[in-house]
Design a protein. Structure first.
Lengths: 700, 230
């Protein structure tokens, strides 16, 4: 793994910043949320406080002074509740999550309006139902139904609701023999009477009124009031403010009815006259006293003004509802849908970020409620429920989150980029160091200049360490290089002592038996002398090259002459010569060139079989003259590559006792370099031998 | 009367060996270990010949200085330099100190004594009137007097060391014939390596060119050696 990659990964570690940012945003969100909850609670309490004691608004009645005592003589508790739809029930429960217990049975009365069995509690309708006699447009809320039962054959259910200052009623009457009125002009003619329904109510002034509904067929139904005439003659007067529709059902009939709330006071009741034959005595039952049509039950409904009262507190994204203590909704003002949807108009980045922060299934609504007390602050007369969409704090959070994530992500990005750049820079410097260390050992010695030594960091220390090491190595190498020469010089003096002593000994009287030892000692000293000469050779060659004079000369006759000499010196060996026709002018020392050629030929002869022909070739290139010497023989061992021209490299495996220090090719190199050229050796392409080529720079 | 040979050499063993050899040959020998000793003795009496080592104790090139001082005392006194390194010959050549020969210590004692004898012969020959018959070689402008070991070019004396004289002598005796390095070494009674011979030849050319800038009689035959061309 490269340094660059490692540092890049390290840079990725800064991505923990956005992660921490996300976590922080979550925390912030929950803090915001609890703050919002608190303020929502405050809103709820404020509105609730403003409604304290306003039973007139909540229940359209003056604050009661005593509990209503008129319990029915014949209590008809709700007995025939239809099977409760579990899903609907669950939905109803879910709709009011703050409620600890939604009892199917009304709890004991705790508020100013205790429940009576005949009381009618209209629900707040979201929209006005169409008066057509069908129940599809009514909410499917089983708990909102009230049932009245006389016996198994006679019972009905009422669903009541309030919308837009109107009271709506849905009556489901069980009747085995539904019977319409007979068509006729006089609705008061008992002979025409079929099933009829009475409603009775107080007007706002407390005056009781009764209206009856009679239909001669399915469809719209009118309400009429019986008006005692001046002469005791009763007339049925149409009540134009009340509208309704009558439809037969599978086991009876259904009536939809609309009454303006302005007509109604605190009491309201329904009575069903069930006749099995026209004009027969009806079976009357319901919430009116059957003898005088006195209204037994109350109408527990909020003042229409309550809705507009709530509306003044309304803001987009807010829903306000006033409920009874039992959480039956009396009035509501809903602006939840008015809040702008989150997705639209939100920047793409923010939406992306929200994906990382939002936990799935998290609720997006805030709810709060507060009790509404009576005037004495003793009893709870209702509750105020406030619901708010998550909009506002999500928007706040989104803004903060977006900013923070933008900041942290760009910080991470910058950190990664900076780290990558730094790594690249480091890698570059390391690469420079590596290259310098690889090329430090040049052919001409040790390059002690090193890059990065000026740097003040650890890499600089390394570079300086290298530099110091190299200069020490250089000193050591030059010491080694001159060691042979110095050693030769130092040994020469004692050797001279030995040899001059031997010379003197020759002149003395030495027993004949000792002469042989004398001869051996002389042999040894001669060999020692030859070794010394060889050891000093490199130094002498370098000195000679250093002091050589350069002249302009033609290389061709020099080579021709030298090869002529080799032909006689190495006879009968064959020399093949390829020389250019024209002169090849060089600026240099011809003596040295010949000395170099001597070494090349020596080498070629040593490494080739006796019959092998040696080829000497002079190639003319635009900028250089190349002397090539080819000899058949074993190829160069690969480990020798590049070291062949080094000083003191010895690879001659023969029994030659002559001291040999492999100086030949080293001298070749020195002379080639003196002429601004290079020397190289490589195997012939067919592997049959070796070619040494020496480039010599030509005069421009 | 015995000829007096002075040996200035700081290595006692070598000094004594040389002294023994010269004594055996019938020379009177005085030995000195350093320049101060030698100079004070020379001031009192000049030797007939001086063999001087170049490096003397704490003076790496004390021999050169001694040679200069000695030459100031006498122009004719033969002086032989002995060096440990043959590369020093080049250094000496630039100094033109007037030494008659430069020898490396590899030289065997018999060779050394042969050279000393030759130098004494030359000294004697120079003292006699010139014109010894049969000993002269004339090659164009060159005249070699083997007796006096003296070379002349166009009648002008070219001051050659003993080694150089014998090399020129070997070349000029058979003009046109190539003399390889070994032959030159044999003629000069020295053991030298190729580069040293090359530098000897260069020095010979330079000395002749000092007299005649157009001198071109010593020719290099690459790969073989040198020859004298007329």
């Amino acid at each position: 793994m490269s340094l660059r990659l490692k540092l890049l990964l390290l840079g990725l570690a800064t991505l923990v910043l956005p992660w921490a940012g996300c976590n922080y945003a979550r925390e912030m969100e929950s803090a915001l949320r609890s703050g919002e909850q608190t303020s929502l609670q405050a809103v709820a309490q404020t509105i609730a406080a403003s409604l304290q004691g306003r039973t007139d608004l909540l229940y359209r009645e003056a604050p009661p002074t005593d509990a209503p005592a008129d319990a029915p003589a014949e209590p008809l508790p709700a007995g025939a509740e239809p099977a409760v739809d579990p899903a609907a029930n669950a939905a109803a429960t879910a709709a009011s999550p703050g409620t600890a217990a939604v009892a199917p049975q009304e709890p004991p009365p705790v508020a100013t309006a205790p429940a009576g069995p005949y009381d009618l509690r209209p629900i707040a309708l979201a929209s006005a139902p169409l008066l057509d006699g069908y129940s599809e447009d009514w909410p499917r809320d089983p708990s909102a139904w009230a049932y009245f039962r006389k016996d198994a054959r006679h019972h009905f259910g009422v669903l009541s609701g309030v919308s837009e200052r109107m009271l709506y009623l849905l009556l489901e009457v069980h009747d085995e023999h539904p019977l319409f009125d007979a068509p006729g002009n006089n609705t008061l003619d008992p002979a025409t009477f079929g099933d009829r329904v009475w409603i009775g109510f107080d007007d706002p002034e407390g005056q009781e009124h009764q209206l009856f509904l009679a239909a001669t067929g399915p469809g719209a139904v009118t309400a009429r009031r019986i008006d005692p005439g001046e002469y005791g003659q009763q007339t049925a007067v149409l009540e134009p403010r009340v509208h309704g529709a009558w439809q037969p059902t599978r086991d009876g009939y259904r009536i939809e009815l609309r009454v303006p709330l302005s007509m109604l006071g605190g009491r309201f009741g329904v009575l069903v006259d069930d006749r099995d034959a026209r004009g027969a005595v009806p079976v009357s039952y319901g919430t009116l006293r059957s003898d005088d049509l006195h209204t037994l039950g109350r109408l527990i409904v909020a003042d229409p003004a309550l809705g507009s009262y709530l509306t003044q507190f309304l803001q987009p994204g807010l829903k306000l509802a006033v409920t009874t203590p039992q959480r039956r909704v009396l009035a509501r003002a809903d602006a939840l849908a008015q809040s702008t949807t989150l997705e639209a108009g939100t920047p793409l980045l923010a939406r992306l970020y929200r994906r990382f922060v939002d936990r799935p299934g998290e609720r997006q609504l805030l709810e709060s409620d507060a009790p509404i007390y009576d005037r004495d602050h003793a009893k709870v007369i209702g509750r105020l429920e406030v619901t708010q969409t998550a909009d506002r704090w999500i928007r706040l959070r989104d803004r903060a989150l977006t900013r923070m994530l933008n900041f942290t992500v760009s910080t991470s990005l910058v950190a990664v980029i900076v780290m990558f750049a730094f790594a690249a820079w480091l890698a570059l410097r390391l690469e420079r160091l590596r290259r310098a260390s690889e090329s430090a050992l040049t052919r001409s010695g040790i390059e002690t200049r090193f890059p990065e030594t000026e740097a003040r960091d650890e890499l600089g220390d390394v570079a300086r360490g290298f530099s110091t090491l190299l200069s020490r190595l250089n000193e050591y190498t030059s010491y080694l290089r001159t060691l042979a020469g110095k050693l030769a010089h130092e040994i020469r003096t004692p050797l001279t002592i030995v040899r001059s002593s031997l010379d003197n000994l020759d002149a003395e009287q030495v027993p004949e038996a000792a002469r042989i030892y004398l001869a051996r000692a002389r042999q040894g000293s001669e060999r020692l002398n030859a070794i010394l000469l060889a050891m000093g050779a490199a130094t002498r060659v370098e000195e000679a090259i250093g002091s050589a004079e350069r002249v302009n000369f033609d290389l061709v006759p020099v080579l021709a002459s030298a090869i002529g000499a080799y032909r006689s010196a190495f006879a009968p060996r064959t020399f093949l010569v390829e020389l250019p026709a024209g002169p090849v002018m060089l600026h240099g020392a011809p003596d040295l060139i010949v000395q170099m050629l001597d070494k090349l030929i020596d080498n070629a002869v040593d490494f080739s079989p006796a019959a092998g022909a040696i080829t000497v070739r002079l190639l003319l290139l635009p900028e250089a003259a190349v002397i090539e010497v080819e000899n058949p023989g074993p190829p160069l061992p690969p480990q020798l590559a590049g070291r062949l021209f080094e000083s003191l490299w010895q690879s001659r495996a023969d029994g030659d006792s002559r001291p040999h220090f492999g100086l030949g090719l080293y001298i070749v190199r020195l002379i080639a370099e003196f002429h601004g050229g290079t020397a190289a050796a490589r195997n012939l392409p067919d592997g049959s031998g070796v070619r040494v080529s020496v480039r010599l720079a030509r005069e421009p | 009367m015995k000829r007096l040979v002075a040996i200035v050499e700081d290595e006692a063993a070598i000094r004594d060996n040389y002294a023994a050899a010269f004594s055996r040959e019938g020379y009177a020998v005085r030995t000195y270990a350093n320049r101060a000793q030698a100079m004070s003795a020379f001031a009192a009496r000049l030797p007939d010949l001086a063999v001087i080592d170049i490096s003397l104790q704490d003076e790496p090139e004390g021999g050169f200085e001694l040679c200069r001082q000695l030459r100031a005392l006498s122009a004719e006194l033969p002086i032989i330099f002995l060096t440990a390194r043959d590369s020093e010959i080049d250094a000496v050549s630039g100094l033109r100190l007037g030494a008659d020969d430069f020898l490396t210590k590899d030289l065997s004692l018999p060779h050394l004594i042969a050279r000393v004898n030759a130098l004494f012969r030359r000294v004697e020959a120079l003292r006699k009137p010139a014109g010894g018959a049969g000993e002269l070689i004339r090659r164009g402008p060159l005249t070699l007097d083997a007796e006096r070991m003296q070379a002349q070019w166009d009648g002008k004396v070219v001051l050659l060391s003993l080694t150089e004289f014998w090399m020129v002598h070997a070349l000029a005796r058979h003009p046109g014939h190539v003399r390889n390095r070994q032959q030159l070494m044999d003629a000069a009674n020295v053991v030298l390596d190729d580069n040293t011979i090359t530098s000897h030849v260069k020095r010979i050319r330079r000395k002749f060119q000092a007299v005649d800038p157009d001198f071109d009689a010593v020719q290099t035959v690459y790969g073989m050696g040198y020859r004298w061309v007329e």
